[in-house]
Design a protein around this ligand. Structure first.
Ligand SMILES: Cc1cc2nc3c(=O)[nH]c(=O)nc-3n(C[C@H](O)[C@H](O)[C@H](O)COP(=O)(O)OP(=O)(O)OC[C@H]3O[C@@H](n4cnc5c(N)ncnc54)[C@H](O)[C@@H]3O)c2cc1C
Length: 385
């Protein structure tokens, strides 16, 4: 901070988006503080899967930003902050029945439009992936994607010593006046020229007009017995549909089976419209387990050692929110990443830092960032008035 005690930027929220933003600000030579109500990766970033997946993104801005973020994540993993967090691995999408097969066709068409970052390696029946369940009609193999646990990415970014840290420190108010923002943390107040608010599901507490809603997801973890058998993530095509379709009309419960670097399997995750991270129930896990065993029968012999839930920050129109906060000139929001925030975090942190430094987003991504602007909600409200 400068001699008057003012930071160039304060980032609120030490999830993967806030940590990436703080790291990028520090790289740009700005003085930066990172504040969290609890601690690093305390919310969604510490209770999620970590698929860095383009395949699962809705076509349009999300798919294009995910492609850019995947490429950039790979760069940051080459000796950079994500070198021990990101692991490349193949991915497989499987489907049974016409609705899932149609979702796979749409996926192939989408990937063809997105360039070569993620390539279709093969499209066939269950024999394409030895070990996959015999009831599966179709499997496609993709290359180019990877896995990155959110907490590991946060740890990687926080190795940067130039980030000042404040936690546990819940921000209770933001007061903007003239050329600075005062960030009130209980009895302490920080001062900054700019703020990035990466608050996840807590966004409406400081920005009540924004339609950010909690969406829970349950997951479970197996023991280490299947190490090396499944070469990459195995995702049901129903999971692709779940990003655009109400859960009640899905043909099958969506499931992702992710082999971890530890030799364990992380299997999830549901999409439930509530914000309770403690709701982990037999009925829901049973459905997930049945679908997982149908897809990868060897799982039947494994032990479940842990089940948990995380809560995603969903936005009413299905797009994240990145841009100037309503009512503020010096506060940038980066929130509402639902089930995509780990994948998007590298590029969002880089561009949030650019915008905070007074620069425009990367020209190739400018239109996609414009689609994420919080101003879209002001337009809706004015239109309704
Ligand atoms: C079950 C599940 C599975 C998922 N799977 C994937 C996946 O495979 N791939 C993927 O890309 N994404 C996945 N996601 C989504 C991903 O986890 C999130 O999009 C991402 O972690 C969001 O990061 P964030 O930094 O925006 O928010 P968070 O990680 O939620 O961080 C917000 C931080 O803000 C802090 N905070 C809140 N209020 C205050 C306050 N007043 N003052 C100070 N600090 C505050 C919190 O303590 C928290 O640490 C999944 C999520 C879930 C729940």
């Amino acid at each position: 901070m400068n001699a008057e005690g003012i930071y160039d930027a304060v980032v609120i929220g030490a999830g993967v988006v806030g940590a990436s933003s703080a790291w990028h600000l520090a790289q740009a030579g700005l003085s930066v503080a990172l504040v969290d109500a609890e601690g690093p990766a305390a919310a969604a970033s510490g209770a999620s899967d970590g698929a860095v997946s383009v395949a699962s993104k809705k076509p349009g801005p999300l798919a294009r930003l995910a492609t850019a973020s995947l490429l950039y994540t790979r760069d940051l993993a080459q000796g950079g902050p994500l070198s021990s967090a990101y692991h490349p691995r193949p991915s497989y999408i499987f489907g049974t029945g016409s609705a899932e097969s149609a979702a796979i066709d749409a996926l192939i068409a989408k990937l063809a439009q997105l360039g070569t970052a993620v390539r279709l390696r093969a499209d066939g029946d269950a024999t394409l992936l030895p070990g996959v369940g015999t009831g599966i009609d179709r499997v496609v193999a993709l290359e180019g994607e990877g896995h990155m646990p959110g907490y590991a990415a946060v740890q990687g970014y926080l190795r940067e010593p130039r980030i000042d840290r404040f936690w546990p420190a819940p921000v209770t108010a933001l007061e903007e006046s003239g050329s600075e923002v005062r960030i009130v943390l209980g009895t302490q107040t920080l001062r900054a020229k700019r703020v990035i608010a990466a608050l996840g599901t807590a966004t409406p507490r400081l920005f009540p007009t924004l339609p950010v809603l909690p969406r829970a997801g349950q997951l479970f973890v197996t023991d280490r017995g299947l190490a090396g058998q499944l070469p990459g993530a195995l995702t049901s095509a129903a999971y692709l549909l779940a990003k655009t379709t109400a859960p009640s009309v899905l043909p099958k419960p969506p499931v992702v089976i992710d082999p971890l670097a530890t030799g364990q399997y992380l299997i999830g995750s549901t999409r439930e419209d509530h914000g309770d991270p403690t709701r982990v129930d037999f009925e829901t896990l049973r459905e997930l387990m049945l679908r997982a065993v149908e897809a990868w029968p060897a799982l039947r012999a494994r032990r479940v050692i842990r089940a948990f839930a995380g809560v995603r920050a969903a936005v009413s129109d299905g797009l994240p929110i990145v841009g100037s906060a309503p009512g503020y000139e010096r506060v940038l929001l980066a929130t509402g990443f639902e089930g995509d925030g780990i994948c998007l975090s590298a590029v969002i942190g880089r561009e949030a830092a650019r915008m905070t430094a007074g620069l425009s987003p990367d020209a190739a991504l400018a239109a996609d960032f414009a689609a994420l602007s919080p101003a879209r909600f002001a337009q809706v409200q004015e239109g309704a008035a």
